[in-house]
Design a protein around this ligand. Structure first.
Ligand code: TXA
Ligand code: MG
Length: 323
């Protein structure tokens, strides 16, 4: 078993593995990451292989502080300082013009690099011990739900990763907010734990993510393809509680084993924190079908709705007819 408890010795061991070109999985406050030395092209190539990740999807580079982040870019705008001062360390990733020191493979050959300073104690200890920038996508096979426990990592990647540091369940529960600062006006690329309202308070104007159809052609953030973060069991999501109830009745009448992803009675951070854990659990429970009533279509629920919509199978008109 590749899961290791957090001890000073295991942190040093993980750091040594990273410096020697290996892969390790570690907790951050959002989801577990699959890390490699961001400057080592062979090590980074292993991340893509282990995840089965398309080579056009760039990685987030994790660093210890703002100074280290500035060293990775060719231009550091004032907006980056303002966001970093407010939200780092924390669940915010900034996309900035790429510095020459960042290899092509880490940035998937693009002109920008995504950077984040994580807040999790274990991630910080690892960055300090290894003293290198760590490229780390979520520690799951490409297209699957992100891991929020060491066990989830093991279930998805198995022995592809030699060492998984077990820091317990993550607290934010969904992936970091990604903001692109490489253009004239900041753009939200991926909603996340740092809300749009908090970003707007610092930035003023901020553009919203491209619609999925735009992405297919220009790929501004290739990981944001419309279907992503999906459980293995088909999931359907509903905006209307009537349609949700109707569908539940019909599926049960057909004799299907229906699992319900119930988000009611909790606030936004609580739902975000438990979202993937609940999906992992339902997925493991052997249901034939999962259904979920979406939270309201308001800015505060943007990230939750985004992840649920991506995790769901699109409704075909034929399906709507059967409701
Ligand atoms: O919370 C997180 O961000 C976690 C933890 C481990 O830090 N990491 C994570 O990484 O979610 P990943 O690879 O699963 O998602 C990174 C996202 C993808 O949508 C990717 O396309 C986008 O960030 N991204 C990375 N580099 C980019 C770049 N240069 N320009 C635009 N988007 C980028
Ligand atoms: Mg991911």
């Amino acid at each position: 078993m590749a899961i290791f408890e957090i001890t000073a010795e295991n942190i040093v061991r993980a750091a040594d593995l990273l410096c020697a070109g290996g892969l390790i999985a570690f907790p951050t406050e959002t989801v577990y990451g699959l890390g490699a030395n961001a400057f080592d092209v062979h090590a980074v190539a292993q991340i893509y292989t282990a995840k089965g990740r398309p080579s056009n999807n760039p990685l987030i580079v994790h660093v210890a502080d703002m100074e280290a982040a500035v060293g990775l870019v060719s231009r550091w705008p004032d907006t980056a300082s303002r966001l970093a001062e407010e939200f780092w360390p924390g669940p915010l990733t900034l996309v900035l013009p790429r510095g020459d020191c960042v290899p092509d493979i880490t940035a998937a050959g693009g002109p920008t690099v995504a950077i984040r300073v994580p807040a999790h104690r274990v991630a910080r200890q690892l960055l300090e011990a290894a003293d290198i920038p760590i490229a780390a996508p979520s520690a799951n096979r490409s297209g699957e739900i992100s891991p929020t426990t060491a066990e989830h990592v093991y279930r998805s990647l198995g022995e592809r990763v030699t060492m998984i540091l077990d820091g317990g369940p993550t607290t934010a529960g969904i992936e970091s907010t990604v903001v692109d600062l490489s253009g004239d006006i900041p753009r939200l690329l991926r909603p996340g734990p740092i809300s749009l309202a908090r970003l707007s308070a610092i930035l003023g104007e901020i553009l919203l993510p491209h619609a999925p159809s735009d992405m297919r052609s220009s790929l501004p953030s290739p990981g944001m393809l419309s279907r992503h973060y999906a459980p293995r069991t088909p999931l359907e999501v509903f905006d209307s509680s009537d349609l949700f109830a109707h569908r539940r009745r019909n599926l049960r009448a057909e004799g299907r084993r229906v699992g319900i992803l119930d988000l009611s009675g909790r606030n936004v951070p609580q739902v975000e924190a438990g979202l993937y854990a609940a999906m992992h659990e339902l997925d493991a429970d052997g249901y034939e079908h999962l259904i979920c009533l979406l939270p309201p279509d308001t800015a505060e629920w943007l990230a939750v709705r985004d992840r649920l919509t991506r995790a769901s199978r699109p409704h075909s008109p034929a399906q709507e007819d059967r409701l």
